[in-house]
Design a protein around this ligand. Structure first.
Ligand code: ZN
Length: 339
């Protein structure tokens, strides 16, 4: 083969390769496939001033001015396990279903939901409340970022970043203070816990938030599972496999990335149809998980606490700052939250 022919073929191959990769990436980001759980006529909601939108969330039992700190999640779980077993129950279980980066005003879509874990909890006599992330003294002072790591950490430890030592992603949490995933097992409250995710920042790389806890559990025989899948579908598969076991984990904590990923990709909030679609996917996955719990052979004898929450909201295509849209969150439970 002539040298010039070889060069032409090489250039052609390079163009095809680079074009394929770039084209695939652009195509992936431009092509929109609505969730199969979009309801009839489902679309983005018209733009509405954020505070006014919060006023429309009548399914929540407090006002945004009465929002609870997200650290309340820790108390709800501790109180559940510490309370005596109700009549006729022989075991206690708890699960936190986390919708990462789910902006609270997206709950305006609930009335038209086709398949909704949140609606299901409310129909069962549960309750929903406004909560907030980002630290104390809401809204005057912001002492931690409205980011993923500090958000979930505050719920799993019941304290803010200043006491935990994690104020952003990419900072391994010191072993102490331990999260409920380890502390509940180590103090004998429960037999085993499990943490299911797809985001590698939780415990799957050197600077991951819970890498020290994962290593400690492995080295010390603490029965806490840390399992990462590549996508939300894999996270759900791992959870369903756990719940289907007769002796399933007593405390399960999980995060689904649908809303956070779509928020970063195309914008947070219900005015974005792609974000609406991501919320529908999260809700349907949440419902699959709750149905698997309710289908357990021993369900009638078990006392489950089921919580659905988010770590932070979002503003435009991101989060981390102190805006109202980033700080307001929500907590739903199958039980009463407000005493
Ligand atoms: Zn997040």
């Amino acid at each position: 083969m002539k040298k010039t022919t070889k060069i032409i073929l090489c250039v052609l191959a390079a163009v095809l390769l680079i074009g394929g990769v770039v084209g695939g990436y652009v195509g992936y980001n431009l092509t929109y496939h609505p969730s199969k759980w979009m309801a009839e006529g489902d679309d983005a909601l018209p733009e509405m001033e954020f505070e006014k939108a919060l006023g429309e969330l009548t399914m929540l039992s407090n006002t945004w001015e009465e929002a609870l700190p997200q650290t309340e999640i820790y108390n709800l779980i501790k109180d559940h396990f510490n309370a005596p077993l109700p009549e006729g129950k022989t075991a206690k279980k708890a699960i936190v279903i986390g919708y990462d980066g789910c902006r609270v005003d997206t709950l305006r879509l609930l009335p038209t939901s086709k398949r909704s874990a949140i609606n299901h909890l409310l129909e069962q006599g549960g309750q929903g409340v406004f909560s907030y992330c980002g630290g104390v003294m809401f809204p005057e002072e912001n002492i931690q970022k409205t980011s993923t790591a500090p958000g979930w950490c505050s719920m799993l430890i019941g304290a803010w970043a200043n006491e935990i030592g994690v104020d952003n992603n990419g900072q391994p949490k010191p072993l102490e203070p331990k999260t409920l995933l380890l502390s509940l097992v180590e103090d004998g409250t429960i037999g085993k816990s499990a943490f299911y995710v797809s985001w590698d920042g939780h415990f799957s790389k050197k600077d991951a938030t819970y890498i020290n806890e994962k290593n400690y559990a492995k080295e010390n025989g603490v029965d806490a599972t840390f399992l990462r899948a590549f996508f939300d579908a894999g996270t759900k598969r791992n959870i369903l496999a756990d719940i289907k076991r007769e002796n399933c984990s007593d405390f399960i904590f999980l995060t689904l990335e649908y809303t956070d990923h779509q928020g970063h990709n195309s914008g947070f909030g219900p005015q974005n149809v792609r974000y609406v679609s991501a919320f529908r996917d999260a809700e349907a996955a949440g419902m699959d998980i709750i149905e698997a719990i309710e289908a357990r052979k021993t369900f009638a004898a078990e006392d489950w606490l089921i919580l659905i929450t988010t770590d932070h909201g979002g503003n435009g295509g991101g989060h981390g700052g102190p805006s109202f849209e980033e700080r307001m969150t929500f907590i739903f439970s199958n039980k009463a939250i407000l005493k």
